[in-house]
Design a protein around this ligand. Structure first.
Ligand SMILES: [Zn+2]
Length: 194
C-alpha cells in the first residue's frame, strides 16, 4: 500500500481538478439519468460500475455502500431516484471477494469494542494489531452493537432476499424492474442472478 499523507492527497485532488475543470464539458440537460437506471453496488474500490456496464456519466444513478446491501439509506436513495428522477430499472450489483462476506456482525462489533483503528487480516482472521504509537486518542466503543452492519453469508440468497425487500417495500411502486447481478472481479463477468 502507498504511504501518503492526507495533506498530499488533498493537494493532488485540488491540482488534478484544475486539469479536469479546463476540459470539463457539460453533456446533460438535467440530473435525470438518461437510461432511467439506478445501480446499487458495493463501495469496493475495484468496481467501476460505469466501466463494467459500458455506460456514461449521466446515464444512471449509482448508490454505493459496503456490500451493496438494501439498507434504510439505500432505500431512501432509490425511492428518491424514482420519485423525483424517474428511474424505473434498478440493478443491485454484488461482487466476488466482497469484504462484507468475510465479516460477521460479531467480528465487527468485537473488534470495534476493543479498538477503533484499522484491523489486519492474518491467516484469514481479522485482528486488532499491537500498536506501539498512535495518533488516535479515542478508545474502542460498544456503540458498534447499535449498528446493523449488513454482513452476509450466502451471497445469492442475500441478493434475492434484498430484491424481495425492495419489491415489498411500501414506498416502491410495482412497475419498477429490479435485477440482481454478481460481478466477478477477476474475470470481469457480470452475471445476472435469477
Ligand atoms: Zn464488496
Amino acid at each position: 500500500m502507498i504511504e501518503i499523507s492526507s495533506e498530499k492527497i488533498i493537494q493532488k485532488l485540488i491540482e488534478s481538478n484544475k486539469n479536469f475543470k479546463s476540459n470539463h464539458e457539460v453533456s446533460w440537460d438535467s440530473g435525470k439519468p438518461r437510461m432511467r437506471l439506478a445501480i446499487l453496488t458495493c463501495m469496493d474500490c475495484r468496481i467501476n460500475p460505469f466501466a463494467i456496464c459500458d455506460i456514461s456519466l449521466g446515464d444512471a444513478h449509482v448508490i454505493r455502500n459496503a456490500g451493496a446491501r438494501v439498507t434504510e439509506d439505500s432505500i431512501r436513495s432509490l425511492v428518491i431516484s424514482h420519485k423525483f428522477m424517474e428511474t424505473t430499472t434498478w440493478c443491485i450489483i454484488h461482487h466476488t471477494e466482497c469484504g462484507m462476506h468475510a465479516l460477521s456482525e460479531e467480528i465487527i462489533t468485537d473488534l470495534l469494542k476493543d479498538d477503533l483503528e484499522s484491523a489486519v487480516l492474518e491467516d484469514g482472521i481479522w485482528k486488532n494489531p499491537e500498536r506501539e504509537s498512535t495518533k488516535n486518542k479515542k478508545p474502542g466503543s460498544n456503540y458498534a452493537e447499535h449498528i446493523h452492519w449488513y454482513t452476509f453469508e450466502d451471497q445469492r440468497k442475500t441478493l434475492i432476499s434484498d430484491i424481495e425487500v425492495l419489491k415489498n417495500h411500501p414506498l416502491v411502486p410495482s412497475h419498477i424492474d429490479i435485477f440482481g447481478f454478481i460481478f466477478d472481479i477477476n474475470s470481469g463477468e457480470l452475471k445476472l442472478i435469477d
